[in-house]
Design a binder for this molecule. Structure first.
Ligand code: ATP
Length: 312
């Protein structure tokens, strides 16, 4: 277990209410120093509220929050914290008429040892739109500028709230590369994402939040580990009789319809199990498509822990 001293962020018993609604309900989270921690959770789980409380943008109703050993809820400590952390704002705090590169240069001047603005802009594909007013940037360009502004001051700790939401594949990979470089430089990165592959690619640790609490945490490998030896995934018509399928398969095998028409079989996956599965499909008139043998993914774990219902 990480000691308190080694933690970049420690959240204990955090509660945050909006009117009668409890958004965060006794949340505990420890982010070790260095590495990437991904905070995952369904819509409305309380991720942004938690992150914004750590950034000092929201007041906790109860519980304690320490970021780099400081309390972001106390103005004097927040002022000491601000130069040491990077925050990726979704949109607020930017004058819409300001030009992209001017804003980035201005942010850089607020820090003692900023990154080189031109090379940062180039690697995030912002060099060609450097003279464009913020309000005329595309959504993806605004997103990349927000990321650049969060990291240009070489923070010790950076909070990225859905950094790749709405980005095209090129920008997504450029963002991932930047996060990997931050990690290699010893920066602690806390990111929220709805992309399970992003968490699998980047995160050393994952915390899954639901109902305003952390319901699971660990490395992606720890979370995906299961007693099962493997998985078989396939697509077929929705609503297969999984009870009948399980009767055909060896004891200890599990089967679920992860999303309509998308099936996951877990167990001691060997050639015999595959043969039994495909022969059951043949006998039942089921065309199994995209059949793939593999291991449990973070998405499987996420859906298992948080259920499959859409959140309001
Ligand atoms: P998402 O993945 O959809 O961004 P989230 O996990 O980040 O969700 P939060 O934005 O923290 O969730 O919201 C948690 C709950 O608090 C939601 O039910 C949301 O509607 C509510 N909430 C958030 N901000 C406010 C606010 N300023 N006023 C009232 N309710 C709010």
């Amino acid at each position: 277990m990480q000691s308190q001293a080694a933690a970049a962020v420690t959240v204990t018993g955090l509660v945050k209410r909006y009117g009668g609604k409890t958004a965060v309900n006794g949340l505990d989270l420890t982010v070790p120093s260095g590495g990437v921690t991904a905070v995952l959770g369904p819509n409305g789980a309380g991720k942004t509220t938690t992150i914004e409380t750590c950034e000092g943008y929201r007041r906790a109703d109860a519980g304690t929050v320490r970021v780099l050993g400081l309390d972001p809820g106390l103005p004097a400590e927040a002022a000491r914290l601000r130069p040491r952390i990077g925050v990726m704002l979704q949109s607020g705090g930017v004058y819409p008429g300001a030009r992209a590169l001017e804003m980035l240069r201005h942010t850089a001047t607020l820090h003692a040892h900023p990154l080189d603005v031109d090379s940062l802009a180039a690697r995030l594909g912002l060099d060609s739109c450097g003279r464009t007013a913020y309000r005329r940037l595309s959504g993806g360009q605004q997103q990349r500028l927000a990321l650049a502004m969060a990291v240009v001051g070489r923070p010790e700790l950076v909070f990225l709230d859905e950094p790749t939401a709405g980005l095209d594949p090129h920008a997504r990979h450029a963002t991932w590369d930047l996060v990997r470089d931050l990690r290699a430089d010893g920066v602690t990165v806390v990111l929220t994402t709805h992309h399970m592959d992003e968490a699998e690619q980047l995160a050393d640790r994952v915390a899954i939040v639901d109902g305003g609490r952390v319901i699971a945490e660990g490395s992606p490998e720890q979370l995906c580990r299961s007693d099962a030896d493997g998985t078989v995934r396939f697509r077929a018509r929705p609503g297969l009789d999984l009870g009948a399928l399980l009767k055909a398969l060896p004891d200890g095998t599990a089967a679920a319809e992860a999303t309509p028409g998308s099936y996951l079989v877990e167990g001691a996956v060997d050639p015999q199990l595959l043969a039994t599965l495909t022969s059951w499909c043949a006998q039942s008139g089921v065309m199994a498509e995209q059949l793939a043998v593999g291991r449990r993914t973070l998405e499987d774990v996420f859906l298992e822990l948080t259920g499959r219902d859409l959140r309001a």
